[in-house]
Design a protein around this ligand. Structure first.
Ligand SMILES: [Zn+2]
Ligand SMILES: [Zn+2]
Length: 82
């Protein structure tokens, strides 16, 4: 059984990319989109009100030996409405 992932530290509001690295909060998103770096700024979302453990993979981010498709491997699903 895989370990559960920690709750994400930040999420990019532009592309939905999440990071568990607190150093990246309020920094520019590192994701590459069509060859250009995403313009979003990671916003800190380290609250259990913001996230729900993925019901498919039980917050592990993995199913069998593949990445979970429901949470895109993040293990957590962003539930706070904008
Ligand atoms: Zn982004
Ligand atoms: Zn999942």
């Amino acid at each position: 059984m895989a370990d559960k992932l920690r709750i994400p530290a930040a999420r990019c509001p532009a592309c939905g990319h999440v990071t568990r690295d607190f150093e990246r909060v309020d920094k520019r998103c590192e994701r590459m989109l069509d060859g250009a770096r995403c313009r979003g700024i990671n916003s800190g979302t380290h609250s259990y009100d913001d996230w729900q453990a993925c019901p498919v993979c039980d917050a592990t981010g993995r199913r069998e030996h593949a990445r979970c498709g429901q949470c895109k491997g993040d293990g957590w699903i962003y539930v706070r409405s904008p």
